[in-house]
Write a protein that binds this ligand. Structure first.
Ligand SMILES: *Cc1c(COP(=O)(O)O)cnc(C)c1O
Length: 209
């Protein structure tokens, strides 16, 4: 199956309320356009520089899903429609400053390292509420929810983390307005993520692999 067929098949198989983000790190503009032509509306890139050169003028929403360094915040604010990888006060504050300079509002998600893995970025589950509190005080940032990075293990292991994540998401929604996006689930186990409450899946290999 080509990219177009794979994307169409996935679009047809997931519930309508679930958004599909195509994770396009390392993929060419041509491959990305194929996914967009098949009906993909959100492109997720991991690196600011790669996205800036590859995705200029693209006919889709552009989200940052990779770790953001403070010295890239300015460029990130220029090109992305959403930053899903806010994982510290420091980076949130930097994005706020750049948004203020640019006169822009930015939709953001808090990235949670739900498996508390040393090798992964994202804030600890126990830090989410405190970080959300701080972001709520930043006038140019709009906190929309969570991006979950999970261990990406067997489906039943991931499912356990998806359940915990959904609870953190629901708690966040009780204390903050406008919380609507739970970005959770990758190619390996996106159906399980949807069953556990995800409403945005991030797919690389399932579309391009
Ligand atoms: C690469 C990537 C994905 C997609 O992973 P697949 O397993 O290829 O679907 C999703 N989220 C993030 C943050 C990624 O870096």
């Amino acid at each position: 199956m080509g990219i177009r067929e794979k994307a169409k098949k996935i679009i047809a198989s997931v519930p309508r309320n679930v958004k599909i983000l195509a994770a396009t790190k390392g993929r060419s503009r041509e491959e990305i356009n194929e996914a967009i032509n098949a009906g993909i509306r959100i492109i997720g890139e991991n690196y600011v520089q790669e996205a800036a050169s590859k995705c200029a003028g693209i006919n889709a929403e552009l989200h940052l899903i990779g770790h953001l360094q403070t010295n890239k915040a300015k460029n990130a604010v220029e090109i992305f429609d959403m930053i899903q990888s806010i994982d510290s006060f420091r980076i949130a504050n930097e994005v706020q400053k750049e948004c203020e300079k640019a006169g822009k509002k930015m939709n953001v998600l808090i990235e949670v390292n739900i498996g508390m893995e040393k090798s992964k970025s994202g804030c600890m589950p126990s830090e989410v509420m405190q970080l959300a509190e701080k972001i709520a005080g930043m006038p140019n940032l709009r906190l929309k929810g969570l991006m979950v990075v999970s261990p990406d293990a067997e489906e039943d292991v991931d499912r356990k983390y998806y359940k915990i994540s959904k609870k953190v998401f629901d708690d966040l929604g009780k204390s903050h307005k406008g919380i609507e996006t739970l970005s959770m689930g990758m190619s390996n186990s996106f159906m399980a993520a949807i069953e556990e409450g995800s409403n945005m899946i991030r797919l690389g290999r399932a579309i391009f692999g």
